[in-house]
Each structure stands twice: as C-alpha cells, then as structure tokens.
Design a protein around this ligand. Structure first.
Ligand code: G3I
Length: 353
C-alpha cells in the first residue's frame, strides 16, 4: 500500500505569506519625525529660524508654523542697533521683547543677533562718527554701553549672542568698519569681554558668511579665534551663516572646517542657512536645493560640537533674497503659502546622531 506523504512545501508558503502580511515590528528604530521640532529632539540639536517680527505679529499662519516647528529663534532685524536705539539714548525694545516673550512661551531658545556689525547702524552714530562730533574715545564708550545695556536686558534669556558679525573681508583682511578704523582691532576682544560681564552664562559667538569655503576668510577667522582664546577672551562659538545658492557648488569641505574650529574648543552653529536659486523654480532646482539643505544638516550632525541649525527665515513669503539678488529667490524650506518644499522633507529624512 502506497503511503500518503504530505508535502513540506505548502505549509512553508503559508507561513511566509503570513509573515509578509504582518506589519513591521515596532522595534525597527524610532519612527520618522513628523516635523522639525521632533527631528530636533530625536537628533539632539536645536533647529531654529530667523523671525520676521511684523509677520510674527500680523500673520497667524506664520506664527503658528514658527511656534510649532522650531526650537530656536533669531531676530532677523529686531535686535540690530538701528532697531533698538534709533535715536541716541532712546531705546525701543518692544519688538525684541515681543520676540523673546513669544520664544519663551513656545519653549524656544534665542540667539541674539547682533551686537557689533558694520551694517544697520543708526544714522546718529554713523553721521556722528563721519562728521567728527563723536570722537574715537566717545565711540568706545558708546559701544561698551550698547553691548552692556542690550546683553543685560536679556540676561538669562538669550542662549547665544552673535557678538561680532562679519568682521573679516573676503581677502582675509579685517573689515574696514567704523569700529576697526576708529578703535583698532582691540574692539573685538573688548566686545566679548563687555558681553561676558553683562551675562556670564550666554555663549558668545563670532559669526560670518563664506567661512564655509573661502580659504583666506577661514584662515583669518581661525587665527583670530585662536588669538582671542590665547588672551583669555571669553569667546565660545563660531557661527557659519550658510547663505548658499544652487548655482554654486555645495561647500564640500564644510564639516572639516567646522571640525577645525571645534578643535579650538568652539561650539559650532549654522546660524543663517538658506539656499537660493535663479528663478523660475523648477522641480529639478528644488531637488538640488533639497540636497543642499540635507547635506548642511548632515554636516552639522557629523560634528559633535555643532549644536544649532538655524535657517534664515522658513518661508519664501518673507526672505531677504529677492530684495538683494536680482532674479533669485525661493531660498527657504516652505513656499509662500507655507507648503513644505522638497527641502523640508529632505531634512526630515536626515538620520545622523
Ligand atoms: O525698516 C525699514 C522700513 O522702515 C522701510 O520702509 C523699508 C523700505 O526698504 O526698509 C526697512 O528696512 C529694511 C530692513 O531689512 C528691515 O526690513 C532694509 O531696507 C533692508 O535692507 C534690511 O535688510 C536686512 C539685511 O540684513 C540688512 O543688511 C534683511 O532683512 C536681513 O535678512 C539681513 O540679514 C543679514 C544678517 O543680519 C547678517 N548676515 C547676512 C543676512 C542677510 O543679508
């Protein structure tokens, strides 16, 4: 009598089909972040945006998006000298105060921008220096008072200050500002010392553009930071602005440059990232732009000292780019209607830490 042997193949196929039909096990790693705030928490980094104060005040959708997505903010203009002291001795803090208040209500840390710059200075100051009615000696006192007054006002409320902004030229020389011309290079160390005295816990930064790739600028900034450290000047961080454009190559060595400054004991931040393009917008350009944003975040996350990743505005509705570069724009993560662009989704896909 022939015995009836059951084939082992059929039950195997059934088992395999069942396994394939099951959802992936819950232990497959953290789920993808739903937004930038969740990404920031997962990756252990602060993700910030510059804030347009008028939009924060007047546009509910802008306000909601900013407060929901970001864990860090920088005033785009509201803390600059011309904004806080438009007339000599008359301070106007309303906008800066509103920004700091909104940040704290929404669990966001704040970068103060900026104490010493050659731009957006009030006319009373530049004209006074130009016509000689403000002497160099007086100018030094004015700078010390400005720094002390502003840093003290926000003591304990500002995580990091851009103490000096853009003090190096493209050719690696120190910038010929009213500060260098009338006070000499010592104004830089003085600025850090005065800021530190006014808030000993704030992280004090030097901040600049093109130090992502421009060798003369990088070398001078590096020597400057090294010298300041050697003199015991309280400098704690280097801010890379990161104003990029897809018509130029991505700064491929950026992570190494960050590492060099980290080697001097500096905290690192990307402080003003945006990635502009020559208009019109095309799907190809948006894809390239997404790659730049993704690489910038990946570079930052690859350097342990990089603690903050801030974009210079999050929506094309409010961006400095079209006003400054003829025929260029679309530099931000969200479009004019606050719809996410490929760059936004690319950031959510970055896993590094
Ligand atoms: O406040 C006046 C307003 O009263 C006037 O009606 C209007 C007309 O043009 O101008 C307003 O001032 C403008 C100001 O932004 C505030 O909106 C200035 O014209 C305009 O030049 C100024 O531009 C700012 C720029 O810095 C000045 O250098 C941009 O918004 C700001 O995004 C940009 O930010 C800088 C960082 O601070 C440092 N790194 C580079 C970055 C981009 O340039």
């Amino acid at each position: 009598m022939a015995s009836h042997r059951r084939s082992p193949v059929k039950p195997l196929i059934i088992a395999l089909a069942l396994v394939l039909a099951l959802p992936a096990p819950a232990s497959a790693g953290p789920r993808p972040p739903r937004d930038l705030r969740e990404l920031a928490h997962q990756q252990g980094i602060k993700i910030g945006s510059a804030v347009n104060i008028a939009a924060l005040r007047d546009e509910a959708d802008y306000r909601k998006m900013l407060n929901h997505q970001f864990t860090h903010v920088t005033a785009e203009n509201a803390m600059k000298w011309e904004s806080v002291e438009p007339e000599r001795g008359r301070y106007t803090w309303a906008d800066a105060d509103a920004l700091v208040h909104n940040a704290h209500r929404n669990r966001q840390r704040v970068r103060g921008h900026t104490l010493v710059w050659h731009n957006q200075l009030p006319a009373w100051l530049t004209e006074g220096v130009a016509d000689g009615s403000i002497t160099p000696r007086e100018l030094k006192g004015i700078l010390r008072d400005h720094i002390t007054t502003q840093v003290r006002r926000y003591k304990g409320k500002i995580r990091a200050w851009d103490v000096v902004n853009e003090v190096v030229e493209e050719d690696g020389s120190l910038r010929q500002s009213i500060w260098l011309t009338h006070l000499g290079p010592g104004y830089i160390a003085d600025a850090f010392r005065w800021a530190h005295r006014a808030d000993p816990h704030a992280k004090l930064y030097i901040n600049d553009y093109n130090i992502e790739w421009n060798a003369p600028k990088i070398e001078t900034t590096f020597s400057l930071v090294k010298d300041l450290k050697a003199q015991g000047v309280p400098i704690h961080g280097v801010g890379f602005q990161g104003h990029l454009g897809i018509q130029y190559d991505y700064p491929a060595d950026w992570a190494n440059v960050m590492r060099r400054f980290a080697g001097l004991g500096m905290e690192i931040a990307i402080t003003e990232l945006d990635v502009r393009m020559v208009l019109p917008v095309t799907p190809e350009k948006l894809a390239t732009q997404a790659g730049y944003y993704r690489r910038a975040l990946t570079d930052c996350l690859s350097v342990k000292a990089c603690k903050e990743f801030t974009v210079w505005g999050f929506t094309d509705r409010h961006s400095w780019v079209p006003g400054w570069f003829d025929g260029e724009g679309a530099a931000c993560l969200l479009d004019e209607n606050l719809a996410p662009k490929p760059a936004y989704r690319a950031l959510l896909g970055v896993r590094a830490r």
